[in-house]
Design a protein around this ligand. Sequence first.
Ligand code: DOR
Ligand code: ZN
Length: 352
Amino acid sequence: MIDQITLRQPDDWHLHLRDGALLESVIGYTARVFRRAIVMPNLTPPVTTIEAARNYKKRILNAVPDNLSFTPLMTAYLTDDFSAEVLEKGFDEGVFIAAKLYPANSTTNSSSGVSDIRKIDSLLETMERIDMPLLIHGEDTDPLIDIFDREAVFIDRHLQPIFKRFPKLRVVLEHITTVDAVQFVETSGFRLAATITPHHLHINRNAMFLEGFRSDFFCLPIVKREKHRLALRQAATSGKSCFFLGTDSAPHLRGAKENACACAGIFNSPYAIESYAEVFEEENSLNRLEAFCSEFGPSFYGLPVNTSSIKLVRRSCLVPENLHLGRRSQDLSIVPFHAGENLNWSFVNIEK
Ligand code: DOR
Ligand code: ZN
């Protein structure tokens, strides 16, 4: 049994960092392990201009602890009236690495998202031409569709037609949650990849209702039946390059989660790498952890892999019930994913 893992330093290909005091409180958890991250643009107001992305990037860099190297990769938040010229300019200037499609009202801070995908055909045409990746929150928001079916319906109703209209567009279907998504991604060739979160690998929908409603496990897309979780574990540990790491760590203050109208999102960045390692070990696939965490993402995005590495050791680590964050005397309490659990692996350090 091995008791130490050294990995090329990973990147997080789907992350929510928020802004202001919350950004300052959470950024260290990501930057202490991950070298880069794709930063989601669903702020209020959302990141819809080149200038907003530039300024947000500066605020992120200012918040990174001095002893850490971290590069935020910025995304544009697509709206019905986003201009194709601005998108192309932002991509050419290296400000936007990709653009995010939130169907309007599909999740947290998505009310300015796209109301009808046909309305952004000129953006998709531009993105296909300039080879700019489209990152999709893949849920159909039709209120008649059962919440557990929204991802599968999105694939049928929207993603397949997108590929028919734009066959060379490169897409990341973010935080996939179903066997339907796994199969669709596996059979779509190199133009389509998917990120997989730690929480969708660990919990099924029963976890949300264990002896009461557990809003800490409420996220979107919502966790599904066990058969879907098992398919995701197979996919993540398969060694197929179309599946890679994206935590979707999404911090919400404790008060916003313990609320009659709980916010969707799971804060997993403090123990994300340990959480993935646990899954890969359980699936007898630790030899494939590095590719999933550190190689397939850069390959899809056409970026170099990192040259530094990280070390994990087999040492039990107890995840706190609650993290009291905040440098400015505010109480920013957040419940981390795996709260109260013991994980088998512990992150040690980054090695240059
Ligand atoms: O659970 C989620 N939380 N899913 C998302 O798509 C957004 C995220 C957030 O921003 O809180
Ligand atoms: Zn997200």
